[in-house]
Write a protein that binds this ligand. Structure first.
Ligand code: ZN
Length: 410
């Protein structure tokens, strides 16, 4: 751990070469050449460290430091190797770098662990090449269904299955088979938000990942001539939408943290300067850590939207197409991480994650916890994604301690 600053910087730069984009950042999409090169280079790196390596059928890469006493009890750490288009070089990738550096330091200092420690470079999380997310972690846990990807294609028309098979990977023989040996999963990830930085903390210990509800809503008024239709005779759908938006956001502000509410996409029809808009299609994304609260808040929103529409003589169609429950992290593991931060005198806070992560796939099935490190200006999914080196280093130190406690102590 003597050269931890240098190790962190050089390994982030090294992994960032694969899929590097001119001007900074990476594009490393599932089953692309850049993705394959990165996985192969990592495999070599793990072998050079003296780890046992293997790919599973779909392309998740593992490096194992095999335990002396309980080799079938695996303490796992890692994250996803894929990126969004023009993403940064920390999202996902740094969780892999941190995990193998931690294993390297532990091996140097303490030798063979009691339990096996495994770094995993998960094949896919972002859903950025094909319309399917968490392909990597879902396969580890036997939750991926081949029917879901059999007919999907990327933007260039390449079928998912062809992209996978061209690199020598394939479906698992038994799609439903789950790894049974994982005893704990700890994922280190950048926050991708501004809370740690704004509050001056170095580490976030994640207590839960938010649940979310998403909607497509269509508000139908009446399109008409913008010059000849007096104000009193209009059914202006943009006006109706603006009432819904303003009143809903006021309710979200009143509800306070950790509720977030977003009207991210708004499409008026006919979207022309001289026509009273007859229809507005808009989306709603609402997230909270408490399922009951999320449910009651959004149900009230639905009712109030209906009331506004009927007061304005309009029709409204509300389609709730996503309803995902919040995922709590393992309370015992959260305590372990908290104690480590206390012992190491790290400047940390407990917090929830507003973004989705591989950990949400693991957590309902395997004791799981997450560590966050700050993102400068909260920026992510962007080549400008950055974290101060000293924060990256603190993250690796905390993860190393966590893996030590889980794998070297009885
Ligand atoms: Zn990520």
């Amino acid at each position: 751990m003597k050269n931890i600053i240098q190790d962190v910087e050089s390994n982030v730069n090294w992994l960032g070469q694969f899929g590097a984009v001119t001007g900074g950042g990476v594009t490393r999409l599932l089953y692309s050449k850049e993705w394959f090169d990165a996985q192969q280079a990592l495999k070599q790196k793990f072998e050079d460290m003296g780890l046992e390596t293997s790919f599973d059928e779909v392309g998740n890469l593992s490096g194992r430091l095999v335990g002396s006493q309980y080799k079938d009890q695996v303490v796992m750490s890692g994250s996803h190797i894929d990126s969004v288009v023009n993403g940064g070089n920390l999202d996902g990738h740094f969780g892999i770098v941190a995990a193998y550096l931690a294993i390297q330091y532990l091996k140097e200092k303490h030798g063979t662990p009691l339990r096996t420690i495994e770094v995993i470079s998960l094949a896919e999380e972002e859903g950025s090449r094909f319309p399917y997310a968490f392909w990597g972690s879902k396969n580890v846990l036997g939750l991926a269904k081949r029917e879901d990807v059999l007919n999907i294609k990327d933007a260039a028309g390449i079928p998912f299955v062809d992209a996978m098979r061209n690199l020598g990977f394939d479906f698992k023989k038994d799609d439903g088979a789950s790894r049974k040996d994982i005893k704990a999963f700890v994922e280190l990830h950048i926050e991708q938000g501004c809370v740690l930085e704004k509050e001056g903390h170095t580490i976030g210990v994640v207590t839960s990942i938010v649940g979310q509800r998403r909607y497509n809503v269509t508000l139908k008024g009446e399109a008409n001539h913008a010059g000849t239709t007096p104000m009193g005779y209009r059914k202006d759908a943009v006006y109706g939408f603006s009432r819904i938006c303003t009143e809903s956001i006021a309710k979200a502000n009143a509800a306070g943290d950790p509720l977030v509410l977003t009207f991210g996409k708004v499409t008026p029809k006919p979207n022309t300067v001289n026509v009273v808009p007859g229809e507005v299609m808009f989306t709603i994304d609402c997230r909270h850590t408490d399922q009951a609260f999320l449910k009651s808040f959004t149900e009230r929103l639905e009712k109030d939207m209906q009331t506004i529409a009927s007061e304005m003589g309009m029709e409204i169609v509300i389609d709730r197409w996503m309803d995902e429950a919040p995922v709590p992290m393992d309370a015992h593991l959260v305590d372990t991480l908290k104690n480590i931060c206390d012992q190491e005198k790290l400047n940390y806070r407990l917090m929830h994650s507003g973004a989705g992560h591989d950990s949400q796939i693991f957590a309902p099935r395997i004791p799981t916890a997450m560590l966050f490190i700050p993102s400068i200006n909260g920026i992510s999914h962007n080549p400008a994604e950055k974290t101060h080196t000293e924060d990256l280093v603190e993250g690796v130190k905390a993860l190393t301690q966590a893996l030590y406690q889980l794998a070297y102590q009885n």
